[in-house]
Design a protein around this ligand. Structure first.
Ligand code: H79
Length: 418
């Protein structure tokens, strides 16, 4: 059954089970786009592109391979990145193990087009990230592009390519035990030579389930919507509210580009990012927020500052995000968003006022309320189609102030015939 508006929906709803629960509770993750394209820093001659730069700027393979040979991410610090995620309230990290350029960020034995064999970089960044993540209670997943521009077999001998792809996925599973696999590049519309079919997707998902039964898989493993994988992946767009047929995770950039581009300094404000995170949480969806490290492996100040701003808000108010979800009980107000965790509602107030009205859509009773952080009491009165919340003081946070409300709900009606 799918949650409908007004249902007594909580985070562990019908779309989630023991295997996917950590993901449905996380709400906030870090996406990392990192590969040899970073060495171009978003520019080839006068052509500006980022992780698509090889294709969009018609770079000859000889040039791209020579550039990739100079890739030296010596300043990549897994612990710094994990701490950055943790501070921001992100519960999982998904890093590109291989983007469309086919370059493997781990020492694959399937080919030499990888960070160790091609670039002579001896460290294993995925290993370092896995260890730092595990030590800090953060889940690690891998992005893996089905579409591969580098392997001639992708066009010349597709079954041979699929065999190599499965061998690489087996390496990733065996070596790093990823909590999640994030496929991409499964479409055929933009590349008629890509023969990825519904059956290919079904076959790949069956393969991955076989070798990694606990792993969460995104829907882009296949082409059937919303059948394949565990969850939908709106890109640069906010997932809507239930009902939806799958769990949802919006992936979004922190500026305008996925990989690192020196010219892209249009960083989203912490206010904007918190708004998006609150909207998604109130819709029962996750935000996978991307960073693109510089070619050295360090994260730019613009990106880390934006993330840090979200973290400052999350330190006090993450209780309204992590483990929280769609309320089903209330209509969304004009002043902000409402999320729910068990018998608590969280009023995420963007526009503070002396009276904050919440419309009641399903029966519940408010028994108390307070401002998160300060603990300052909030008076609650039944009013009109719901409740009025009357804070005693002003907003305590410039981005959004959160009010926590205790609620009781009627026991769900017994299932079966009446
Ligand atoms: O990995 C990131 C992107 O590279 C990849 N998915 C995210 C997570 C992706 N984004 N968009 N697409 C794939 C679809 C293709 C978009 C395109 Fe274009 C528009 C291809 C050519 C025009 C974007 C703009 C890429 C090059 C120019």
């Amino acid at each position: 059954a799918v949650a409908a508006p007004g249902d007594n929906y909580v985070v562990d709803d019908a779309l989630s089970g023991p295997r996917t629960r950590w993901f449905d509770e996380a709400r906030f993750g870090m996406f990392i786009h990192f590969g040899p394209y970073a060495v171009y820093q978003g520019q080839y001659g006068t052509c500006r592109e980022v992780e698509w730069i090889k294709r969009q700027c018609n770079i000859p393979w000889s040039d791209y391979e020579a550039k990739a040979a100079t890739f030296n991410p010596a300043s990549f610090n897994a612990n710094t990145i994990v701490q950055m995620a943790k501070q921001a309230g992100q519960k999982y990290i998904v890093i590109t193990s291989k983007h469309h350029d086919g370059f493997a960020m781990w020492p694959t034995r399937v080919n030499r087009w990888n960070l160790r064999d091609h670039s002579g970089f001896s460290r294993d960044l995925l290993r370092e990230l896995k260890d730092a993540a595990t030590a800090n209670g953060i889940k690690l997943g891998f992005y893996y592009s089905i579409w591969d521009w580098h392997d001639p077999d992708f066009v010349a001998n597709f079954p041979a390519y699929v065999t190599k792809m499965k061998a690489q996925l087996q390496e990733l599973v065996t070596n790093y035990d990823p909590a999640l696999l994030w496929f991409d590049g499964e479409w055929t519309e933009t590349n008629p030579t890509n023969p990825w079919s519904e059956q290919n997707g079904e076959d790949l998902e069956r393969f991955v389930r076989g070798i990694a039964p606990q792993a969460i898989i995104n829907n882009r493993v296949g082409k059937r919507r919303p059948v394949d994988g565990d969850y939908g992946t709106p890109e640069q767009a906010l997932a809507g509210s239930p009902p939806s047929a799958q769990l949802q995770e919006s992936c979004m950039t922190i500026n305008n580009t996925w990989g690192y581009a020196a010219w892209d300094t249009a960083f989203k404000s912490p206010t904007q990012l918190v708004r998006d995170l609150a909207t998604l949480t109130s819709n029962g969806a996750n935000l996978l927020l991307n960073i693109g490290p510089m070619p050295t492996g360090a994260v730019s100040a613009g990106q880390s500052n934006a993330l840090n701003g979200v973290g400052t808000w999350m330190t006090t108010n993450g209780v309204a995000i992590n483990g929280a979800g769609y309320t089903g009980l209330v209509g969304q107000p004009s002043w902000g968003k409402v999320t729910r965790k068990g018998n608590k509602l969280y009023l995420i107030v963007n526009n503070w006022a002396t009276t904050l009205h919440v419309s009641q859509r399903s029966p519940f009773t408010v028994t108390g309320a307070r401002v998160v952080g300060s603990g300052s009491p909030v008076t609650v009165r039944a009013a009109g189609d719901g409740y009025d919340f009357l804070p005693s003081g002003g907003a305590t946070n410039a981005i959004a102030t959160v009010i926590e409300a205790d609620i009781t709900t009627p026991a769900p009606a017994a299932a079966g015939t009446g």
